[in-house]
Design a protein around this ligand. Sequence first.
Ligand code: ZN
Length: 236
Amino acid sequence: MSPLQEEAQTSSGLFSYTYLKHAFSWKQIYHGLLDLVFPPTCLRCGRVDTSWCDACLDELGQLPISQIGGDLDAITGTVGTGWHTDLLQHAVQALKYNNVQLLALPLASRLDHVISQQPWTIDMIIPVPLHSTRLQNRGYNQAKLIAEALSAQTGIPTVDALHRERNTPSQVGLNRNERLANVEGAFVATVPSNTKSALLIDDVRTTGATLVACATALKNAGIPSVYAATITVAEY
Ligand SMILES: [Zn+2]
């Protein structure tokens, strides 16, 4: 490298470091000011200063837990902890779209409760994956946050055994057949050998098309029993 090139590289590195440092602090100041002018409000009740207030957190903790089953192809057993309405719907959406990650814990407790009532033996917990593009945009996978919180509560490990190969369009607005076609073959699975059973985790079950596509991939990879649990079940 010539001295000239070296100098160019050093100064460009220096420039980008200085630039990033300033950009970062300006961003923090910007968000700080934004919070002062427009303080965050609870997504459920509108109380000021937090995205999910303690009162709504308590209410969520005391919300009765249902066990909503269902038959889905390729899935040995399915359960949800409540309908996709009211408080539970708010909580699921706040975790999914508004970065209220603390909700993963109370939502996973609901799953822990319903799963302990099932005659299921589970070797591993597998979250339904997001495509890398959507993961990059959102910054986290809400199903994985719930799965990891459930692992912490049950001691059953979470394994990222599924990968979303195709970035499928949103399922919202599609009918059952369209949903099945939309996600068919979208997932590939890599599972440890001799895995006998797995529990799929997602936030919402609507037609179950995504869960069926995931379970099919896991079965093709050699897991005989695949179960599925979701926080909510949306009437369809
Ligand atoms: Zn609230």
